[in-house]
Design a protein. Structure first.
Length: 435
């Protein structure tokens, strides 16, 4: 039954190799395959399913909309669905946070919003150079790839990826080199040979690059440096945004206000494609149609996005529940790390995982987890991190059950629990975890 996937579909497919089953049904944190086997989904569509699969909160208005004869596809034309989304986004997200952003709809994917951000930063400043961070991931199109770290992905471009340089992310030198030493020096030195950048693009937690989480103080210094040197700060919140780290935007805790913010993945609340690029009003210098895209007007996505924002973000109840689930997750991850030699905790909020000194371990643990009914993927340049991304709506019981499966898989792969006492070094290096 799966033959066509092997004979017709390109070799480029990847998740279907890790999980070689046909998924036929999905609900909340569970997916069921064609043989009836149920899996707890702690992958959540790489962050596109923050409210779980087929959440009734978004499905009911979606089904009603689909049956109503309303417009499905609208380019960037005006529709009631788009109006309601914009009004809700303003009332529920932007105004309570006193964020002054204009809202742009780029094409509906993460890489589309990153491309729009890079183009806008270059257009606004008249500069070409962009700085991004070691182990960053920003997408697969050429502009996004040029600011991405992973060498295998970069090679896929087939051409030189130019007009960008990489700078060290938080704790890249294990605390041995002062943060931003290099950046501060080269920005001030007219002989450094580093062209003044239009923008610096950053993920507050590196979702694909190993789940390193930047400390708030580090993010604040980055933001100050950008202001001091008249460089735009772009936060790529495609994966870390929409509640993943505990607040709607991942940078809220740090108290910074980026010049440009990229959102996608869970902004639709349903897994339907949708993306936003947010920017300060003074950056709104586009000519009409200067950036466009056929699928900017995905009205079903606007409908589900509106429903999700109203349900989960209009008051603090969901965020409070999420905070307690995050504590549950981190308490358990820390205890697993303390009883597993060579393991440590990475990440922030529900964008977290376990890193292993043995670079083979994470992949084996993910395979063993799949065998026992848990979907988790790996992250990091050597796939050295098991990434744990349950839906934000996961129940305490599901979270426990998934973590039991994960711990059992870890024991199968790494051997019995050990007592590392208070040797929480790996579990608690400040830059790696910021729960
Ligand atoms: N930015 C970040 C931080 C991401 O995690 C991703 C996807 N993993 C992207 C951009 C690209 O998103 P898409 O795959 O939708 O193009």
């Amino acid at each position: 039954m799966t033959d066509i996937f092997y004979s017709l579909e390109s070799e480029v497919r990847s998740y279907s190799r890790s999980w070689p089953v046909e998924f036929v049904q999905a609900s909340g944190a569970t997916q069921t395959d064609a043989s009836g086997t149920r899996y707890l989904d702690f992958f959540s569509g790489a962050g596109a399913l923050n409210y779980g699969h087929n959440n009734p909160v978004v499905m009911e208005p979606l089904v009603e909309y689909l049956q109503s004869g309303a417009v499905l596809h609208s380019m960037d034309m005006m529709t009631p669905a788009k109006r309601e989304f914009l009004e809700t986004f303003k009332d529920v997200i932007l105004e309570p946070r006193e964020l002054p952003y204009k809202v742009m709809f780029p094409g509906p994917t993460g890489t589309n919003t990153v491309e729009a951000a890079l183009k806008l930063a270059r257009k606004h400043t008249g500069r070409q150079h962009i700085l991004s961070f070691t182990n960053a991931f920003h997408g697969m199109t050429l502009g996004s790839l040029s600011v991405t770290g992973n060498s295998m992905k970069r090679q896929g471009a087939g051409i030189p990826l130019t007009n960008s340089s990489k700078i060290p992310y938080d704790d890249y030198f294990d605390g041995e080199t002062a943060d931003f030493m290099w950046l501060e020096r080269v920005l001030e030195d007219s002989g450094s040979g580093v062209d003044k950048p239009a923008a610096i693009i950053v993920e507050t937690v590196q979702g694909e690059g190993g789940l390193r989480a930047a400390r708030n103080a580090w993010l604040r210094r980055l933001s100050e440096l950008c202001t001091e040197h008249d460089i735009l700060l772009v936060v790529d919140d495609v994966q870390a945004g929409c509640g993943r780290t505990g607040s709607f935007f991942s940078f809220e805790d740090a108290g910074i206000v980026p010049d440009i913010v990229c959102l996608s993945k869970s902004i639709s609340g349903s897994g339907l494609p949708m993306a936003l690029t947010l920017f300060r009003p003074e950056l709104d210098i586009w000519s009409p149609g200067e950036h466009n895209g056929t699928f900017r007007g995905n009205n079903p996505a606007f409908v589900t996005a509106t429903a999700a924002l109203k349900e989960f973000w209009a008051d603090s109840a969901f965020q409070e529940q999420l905070a307690s689930r995050i504590n549950q997750l981190h308490g358990r991850l820390e205890s697993i790390a303390l009883s597993t030699s060579g393991a440590g905790v990475r990440g922030r909020g529900f964008l977290s995982g376990l890193v292993f000194d043995d670079k083979e371990a994470a992949g084996k643990i993910a395979s063993e987890s799949f065998r026992t009914g848990l979907l988790v993927e790996t992250s990091g340049p050597d796939d050295e991190v098991v990434k744990i991304m349950p839906p934000l709506t996961v129940t305490t019981e599901e979270l426990d059950r998934g973590l039991d499966l994960l711990e059992a898989a870890i024991r199968t792969v790494t051997g019995p629990a050990v007592d590392r006492g208070t040797d929480a070094e790996a579990a608690a290096t400040p830059a790696n975890t910021a729960s």
